[in-house]
Design a protein around this ligand. Structure first.
Ligand SMILES: Nc1ncnc2c1ncn2[C@@H]1O[C@H](COP(=O)(O)OP(=O)(O)OP(=O)(O)O)[C@@H](O)[C@H]1O
Ligand SMILES: [Mg+2]
Length: 224
């Protein structure tokens, strides 16, 4: 599904130039759930952002199914993201002025799904995740675990194939974090491909594969 070849990412120019990803080769099969681990600053978020077409690498090629993503311009990258990627972040990144349900509706709005269908689908997903009763609340008025459930609901609402989660359990206590990880696993069991950045070995051990980064390089890649 995903093929990264010889990916390098540099930030800065001239003397200040630093290489953040250094010749990354990575192949991910459809339906895999993979953890990405590594020290702070090793390039995990940068790698996820490239996979999510939020960033363009300095060198190398990115192929996703039949798409040559590394050849895309900004308009094509936006379209690619809308149709293929679902992000879940450590700090949830919900829109504060929108209710829980409106947040979940967002990816469906981007796909021009009509209002009635959007609401029905959002309600169905929120019920499924056990937060149906919170649909009219604002993100600031619910707990961290509930906010992350809402973010997972939003990812589910996109129905996109690749779920990229950047420390999705990092702001939560261990028990709540494990619950969120279980939801990601359930999505994986329903066929979604999941990449999850984590510092937590327990969370990583709930996946099929652990990739470790150090100084922008993959230093190990093992099946769990
Ligand atoms: N926009 C940017 N401009 C310049 N340098 C950047 C930028 N984004 C990241 N970096 C640098 O790239 C390196 C890798 O950052 P990255 O965010 O990918 O690390 P990480 O592995 O996700 O770390 P953490 O565990 O702390 O989230 C760091 O040294 C960081 O300072
Ligand atoms: Mg990071």
């Amino acid at each position: 599904m995903i093929d990264l070849k010889d990916i390098c990412m540099d930030y800065g120019m001239g003397e200040a130039k630093t290489r953040v990803l250094d010749h990354i080769e990575l192949h991910i099969k459809q339906g895999e759930i993979t953890a990405i681990m590594g020290p702070s600053g090793s390039g995990k978020t940068t790698l996820l952002n490239i996979l999510g077409a939020m960033d363009v690498p300095t060198e190398g090629t990115y192929q996703f199914k039949d798409c040559e993503v590394s050849q895309y311009g900004s308009k094509q990258l936006n379209e690619f993201r809308k149709n293929n990627i679902a992000f879940v972040f450590q700090k949830f990144e919900l829109i504060q002025g929108y209710t829980v349900r409106e947040n979940v509706e967002l990816p469906m709005r981007a796909k021009n799904i009509n209002r009635k269908e959007r609401k029905e689908k959002a309600d169905e997903i929120l019920e499924q995740l056990g937060i149906g009763h919170l649909k009219r609340k604002f993100p600031g008025h619910i707990s961290g675990g509930e906010q992350q459930r809402c973010a997972i609901a939003r990812a589910m609402a996109s129905d996109n194939d690749l779920i990229l989660a950047d420390e999705p359990t990092g702001s939560l206590d261990q028990a709540t974090g494990q619950e969120i990880m279980k939801l990601l696993k359930e999505m994986n069991q329903k066929g979604k491909t999941v990449l999850v950045v984590t510092h937590d070995e327990h969370i990583a051990n709930m996946t099929d594969r652990i990739i470790r980064l150090e100084d922008g390089r993959i230093v190990s890649d093992e099946r769990v």
